[in-house]
Ligand binder design. Structure first.
Ligand SMILES: Cc1cc2nc3c(=O)[nH]c(=O)nc-3n(C[C@H](O)[C@H](O)[C@H](O)COP(=O)(O)OP(=O)(O)OC[C@H]3O[C@@H](n4cnc5c(N)ncnc54)[C@H](O)[C@@H]3O)c2cc1C
Ligand SMILES: NC(=O)c1ccc[n+]([C@@H]2O[C@H](COP(=O)([O-])OP(=O)(O)OC[C@H]3O[C@@H](n4cnc5c(N)ncnc54)[C@H](O)[C@@H]3O)[C@@H](O)[C@H]2O)c1
Length: 457
């Protein structure tokens, strides 16, 4: 069958590209081998942030005494938490189904695995489909680290953990990155014992030390055990327990293990060789600044490209690639800033470079830091944990990087992201009147800690 456009994968870029192209009178075939909506909707952002909200409610109730409110007997109804999560995911599915229906007859959705059998030809469900334009939005899946014995214990990934019917007694988390931190704190707040193990010396290894430290302090206070800078040598099952043996000889015993050690692209079963689509050494699809692969007319978007693995990045890939496909000018991958947020409590949000990265490249910078607890709003709400950091270019006053660990950090970081995208001086934040009492006042105070913006006598 010949069509105008083939989209493989219904992730954060695949569905909007397929539906918008169909609405623009292209005949589109969208292939999806699992649930429509991909990782974010089914096993990622939507379910986790829904469950994080329940975990926070439990935490706020348990600690309400600090605000002079007595709460007696906080109990987490884990099946109810899971049911609420499933209901929110179902609500998203309704939205996806409507969007696909609204795209009309030009869009055909085929629930099947698709793989290349030629340059511009794919096979799915025993049939062949060809198109001049093919878009790959195949996403990624968990990496299973080479730990002897791990394959033999029934370890969990993010999908399996969220499908549990009962709360684990003691969750061992392998990996202290995004998933390890979000799930680790969430399950601790639900009432499980939690131990996080990472071979790096800090949680969120890519961050500057003081950023990781701020989160580690909170985790330790909440009773999460951190085993950092240590290798897991082997794993084994012992009765109902799972045991991780560390290189030091120490053994960690838990009821369940979550593996959260990064995600690899879903390209090993895509038949890229048959098409001549080039992959890098880790299996990521090699693309140019305009999402074009090594085969003219074949594009790739989202997690499988090796760009930062975020929903907003994949969605933005769709927005910018669509403009190119309909011959409207658009900027490329390199001309955008990508903010991010780890949805722990406090959140950890960032944009641009870390100090470590700037130093490694010998880039000149000025920096300022400020504890989050200095903010009036933080004091009033008793949300004092965290810290903030800004790095600017001394010549242009533009932001090179910013990090916020604190309440609503994921909202606040956009102040810096917008300035960076507009390539404007951070002076705008000094000159802006910030409403009192808001967290944004604290962001302004952070910027005014840079000596050039300090109040003068
Ligand atoms: C637990 C967790 C929490 C997360 N939380 C956040 C968050 O809070 N914020 C954020 O920005 N990001 C978050 N992410 C990351 C985010 O989910 C992804 O970056 C996002 O979903 C983008 O994915 P994508 O569009 O590249 O592809 P995906 O959404 O992964 O979709 C790819 C689709 O392609 C299908 N597919 C693959 N190969 C084939 C094939 N050959 N044929 C047919 N179909 C195929 C797959 O079944 C899948 O449905 C989280 C991820 C996880 C795992
Ligand atoms: N809030 C969000 O935006 C969000 C939430 C969840 C996931 N995600 C995305 O999903 C991606 C994958 O998340 P992730 O947490 O799996 O990966 P990650 O890259 O964030 O963290 C993986 C961690 O595992 C550690 N690690 C790797 N191998 C190990 C081993 N053998 N033993 C011990 N530790 C080991 C690494 O040092 C690292 O700290 C993230 O990078 C992110 O892009 C985003």
């Amino acid at each position: 069958m010949k069509t105008d456009v083939i989209v493989i994968g219904s992730g954060q870029a695949g569905i909007p590209l397929a539906t918008r192209l169909a609405s623009a009178n292209k005949n589109v075939v969208l292939f999806e081998r699992a649930a429509l909506g991909g990782t974010c909707t089914n096993y990622g952002c939507t379910p986790t942030k829904t469950m994080v909200a329940s975990a926070r409610a439990a935490h706020v109730a348990r600690t309400a005494g600090r605000l002079g409110v007595k709460v007696i007997g906080v109990e987490v109804d884990f099946p109810a938490v899971v049911a609420r999560k499933d209901a929110v995911v179902a609500q998203w599915h309704e939205g996806i189904d409507k969007r696909i229906a609204d795209a009309g007859e030009r869009l055909t959705v085929i629930q099947s695995h698709a793989r290349f059998v030629g340059t511009k030809e794919v096979e799915a469900g025993g049939k062949r489909y060809a198109a001049d334009t093919i878009i790959l939005n195949v996403g990624a899946r968990p990496i299973v680290p080479k730990v002897p014995g791990l394959e033999g214990v029934p370890f969990l990934d993010n999908t399996k953990l969220m499908a549990l019917k009962a709360l684990p007694k003691h969750l061992l988390v392998l990996g202290g990155g995004y998933i390890g931190c979000e799930f680790g704190q969430m399950f601790r707040r639900f009432g499980a014992e939690v131990t996080v193990v990472d071979h790096h010396g800090h949680l969120l290894a890519r961050e500057d030390e003081e950023i990781s430290n701020a989160l580690e302090e909170v985790f330790r206070k909440e009773g999460i055990s951190l085993q950092l800078g240590t290798e897991v040598e082997s794993a084994r099952k012992d009765g109902n327990d799972v045991v991780l043996r560390l290189k030091s000889g120490k053994e960690l015993r838990g009821s369940h293990v979550l593996v959260a050690t990064g995600r690899r692209p879903n390209t090993d079963d895509l038949g890229c060789d048959a098409a001549g689509v080039k992959l890098d050494a880790h299996g990521f699809i090699v693309i140019d600044d305009g999402w074009a692969t090594s085969v003219p007319g074949v594009y790739a978007v989202g997690d499988a490209t090796g760009e930062p693995q975020f929903t907003h990045t994949s969605w933005d890939d769709h927005r910018l690639l669509y403009e190119r496909l309909v011959s409207r000018p658009s900027h490329g991958r390199s001309d955008r800033v990508i903010p991010y947020t780890v949805f722990t409590d406090p959140q950890v949000a960032g944009v641009g470079a870390t100090e470590r990265a700037l130093r490694a490249k010998n880039v000149e910078f000025e920096s300022a830091t400020m504890p989050f607890g200095y903010i009036a709003r933080a004091l009033e709400l008793d949300e004092k944990a965290g810290t903030m950091k800004i790095l600017i270019d001394p010549k242009t006053e533009q932001v090179l990087g910013a990090r916020i660990v604190g309440s609503e950090a994921g909202e606040l970081i956009h102040l810096f992201a917008a300035l960076m995208q507009a390539k404007q001086s951070v002076r705008a934040i000094v000159d802006m009147e910030a409403v009192h009492p808001t967290f944004t006042e604290g962001v302004q105070a952070l910027v005014m800690r840079l000596p050039r913006f300090a109040l003068k006598t």
